[in-house]
Design a protein. Structure first.
Length: 84
């Protein structure tokens, strides 16, 4: 082999070895990052469920409020109260 080929092989091998070592060293950091992403997704899912619950509660509230307004209007009509 010529010197140029030997230098190229050593250079490529060194680059590959550096990349593998960096991945091994940073594996714990990647695992922690993955766990944080999963935790964030779970929190977002819980938040979305909370929003759905709030929407359902508001829907029920406005339904009850509309019924109350109807009853109040009937009472005002029966008592002949002036409407405001």
């Amino acid at each position: 082999m010529t010197d140029a080929v030997t230098v190229a092989l050593i250079s490529a091998g060194g680059t590959f070895l550096t990349a593998v070592v960096a991945l091994l060293i940073n594996q714990r950091g990647f695992a922690q990052l993955d766990k944080r992403i999963d935790d964030t997704n779970h929190r977002m899912d819980a938040f979305a469920q909370d929003l759905r619950d709030i929407r359902a509660d508001l829907k029920e509230f406005f339904k009850i409020q509309a019924e109350f307004d109807k009853r109040l209007a009937r009472i005002e009509d029966k008592l002949k109260l002036p409407q405001q």
